[in-house]
Ligand binder design. Sequence first.
Ligand SMILES: Nc1ncnc2c1ncn2[C@@H]1O[C@H](COP(=O)(O)OP(=O)(O)OP(=O)(O)O)[C@@H](O)[C@H]1O
Length: 868
Amino acid sequence: MTTGVEVLSVEFRAVYSSSGFSMKPARYKLSSKKTPVKVRPGSKDLVKVFCRIRPLHNNEESCVKVTSQTTLSLLPPETRGSHRLANCKEIHHTFKYVFDAKATQKEVFDHVALPLVENLIHGKNGLLFTYGVTGSGKTFTMAGEPHNGGIMPRCLDVIFNSISSYQAKKFIFKPDKMNDFDIQSETDAVLDCQNEIHCARSLKTLRKKESDVDLSQRIPDGTKIESVVEDNSYAVFVTYVEIYNNAVYDLLENVPEDIIRSRQFQSKIVREDASHNMYVHSVTEIEVKSTEEAFDAFNKGQKRKRMAITTLNSESSRSHSVFTIRLVQAPLDSQGEHVFQDRKAMCISQLSLVDLAGSERTNRTKNSGQRLREAGNINNSLMTLRTCLEILRENQLYGANKMVPYRDSKMTLLFKNYFDGEGQVEMIVCLNPSIEDYDETVQVMKFTETTQEVQISQPAIRKLDFGLAPGRRKASHIFKQALQKMEDNGHKETSDIDVDIGIVYSLLPALPCLELTDPSMDTLIKDLAMFLELRMNRKNILLKDWHQKHQDFYKRLTEVEKEKLLAEQKCSSLKTAVEQGRNKISALEARLVGYESYVMNLEQQVEEKEVTLVTLKQELENQEILLQELLEKERLRKEYSDRTEVDKDKNSFFTLKNLKEQESVLKTQMRYQEQKLRKVKQILTEDSCLSTHAPRQSTKSLAIICKPPVLKTNISSHVFSSQSCKRGPAVSNRRHRRSQSAGDGTWLEHRPVPAIELSTLMQPLMKRYKSVTKLTDVKDIANSKTSKYCLMTQEQDSSGELETHLYKADVVPTVGGGAQVIFNDVETLKQQSPTTTPSRKRSASTSKLKDTEAECAMFMEGHKRARH
Ligand SMILES: Nc1ncnc2c1ncn2[C@@H]1O[C@H](COP(=O)(O)OP(=O)(O)OP(=O)(O)O)[C@@H](O)[C@H]1O
């Protein structure tokens, strides 16, 4: 389909001098015959002069004061003789812009060189040179340092940033050695490429040696110019020459090693090309495809450039160096694929970056010999430049027609075209603010004043219509992509698809050559009418299509508008949702903060608990240790008790044995006591027999019969009984010691129950005695004083009479500190009622005897216990 076509034209700019002297075509090769040329004189611009002040060295005094962004003052040093003569006022100067010592390389580039690069891409020429006293920072500003690039590397960066996607293949544009370019076919370009690779291999070693600069430190400038014509193809070429002692040398020329070492380069001549442009004849022009390649070439030239150590600069340029970037651009053909093979369509623009050598005063530099000659030449060429500019200004200001002496110096000759109006001219004046440089700085200022007044014509813009539509590159790209997609989707016959992208946008082929030589040539008029009719038809179709497209577009626009409204609504609802979401998030965040603090508290608590746990564990361990110790003790105790038990058993065995022995002893004693008791019994029995006839007597006991106070009858009889009746009246003799109860030792009288008062005549005799009711303390009996023991018991006999028994015993101390009580006597005091029958008395006395035995036994037992 070839509908929907819009006719557009390609815009080109051509540079023409409009100074009024002569009109000369610049780099655009335009056919004056076929293509009508419309000349529009361009406007005039003053040379833009910038000023950059370099930083001072330590403790140096400054003679420059920056007063604003565009002005500065020169302060005359009072000590200088020259100023005592001159008027010692401050000198004020105005510039396009003043960069103080703190200004960065980037700032300088953006202000000064970036517009020139933009112009270059848009097809305009430019000249930028640095001017100043030696050591004022010209080379620093132009080239910079590897890590802090100056204007030149930044220009290259910006150019390649902008055109890298639209670069032509290498050698498509080929320098013709006469300051112009040819457009080669792709095949020729490929052949040249192979040639170059072959040459490069042989020169590899040499090149490496010459340009082994470390580019790793380089920080590229990222600026990109957007207004690049996409439908053009671009190629960048660089040249680097120096003007030394008024001779031009090619710094990029491939020359043998010995020539490089001896520095005997062949100088070049400056010539004028067919378009009256000045150029260095047969200069090496390198096509570069990246900043790195261009920088490589620059560094190669920089190494060859003549530099020297002088008093004022350790790396002083002894020559003017000119680094030229030429940008060649040509439109793509109608298919948007290859370069349009027409030299007329080609546009060549160039940017010359000139680092002038510094002006020098020989009395300051103390140069001599070669350096002096160099300085002389430098100063001469600068002087010529100054003269040229002065005359130019004069011609412009006063309408004079003086000849500008460009040819006096190679440098001015080379820049002639610029000053004649071939492009924009800019200058950076570098200043060393040191007071030492004051005099030279004043001279520099005078030169800048002149330069600022020189006007340079700006090239006119012209349009050339090659019938090529814009967007070819994109269309071709899209078409290729579509083909690729089709191939990917399995379409095999894609090579047959032939779409003429150009036709889509063009109206019709160009008007045929219709020359009306004879007014009667009707056929020609008919042909012309037919051609115009066709065009009209075509136009109508296109108009119809346009209307259709317009309607479609309007419809689409309405839809888009609706979609936009919907989208806006959606957007606002989304915004609300987002707002809500945000609120929710902030609430959640607040909660989160709360939880976090809570968690922190918990963590703190956990930490504390952990500390407590550790303490408790410690305590537990201690307790366990204690428990272990206790268990151990318990075990030992048990072990000990077991042993004790065994010992006890052993002891009990022995005790039993002892007891048995004691028992046998006691049994013996008992037998003895029994015998005694039997005797007492016998006596008692005899007494009872006697009682009926005579008072009873006993050898060991005395029975006193008397009337007990509690008896029922008042009749009482006293019966005296003694162990031996043979003792006679001892009973009534008070002085007579009665029985054994009257001993010399102290008696222990033992009365278990409170005794009933005996109202008998005969009373037991105990001179010294101690009375106890209970025998609990062994000390009562086992002491040194007590030698006798008397146990008193009172009871009623079977006949109801009171019977008082006194069991007497000797207390014998034992070895172990105790005492042995040996009963040896019993006294019975008995009160008898005269009314009681003898049988009953006898039975009572018999039972009494038995009781006495038992009691004796019992008390003996008690004594045993007490003793034990
Ligand atoms: N703006 C600046 N910032 C920091 N250093 C600077 C600046 N300008 C110049 N310099 C330093 O001053 C010294 C001299 O600078 P440079 O070589 O560029 O001077 P020049 O004008 O080119 O001298 P000549 O004319 O002799 O070649 C160099 O060491 C350079 O690094």
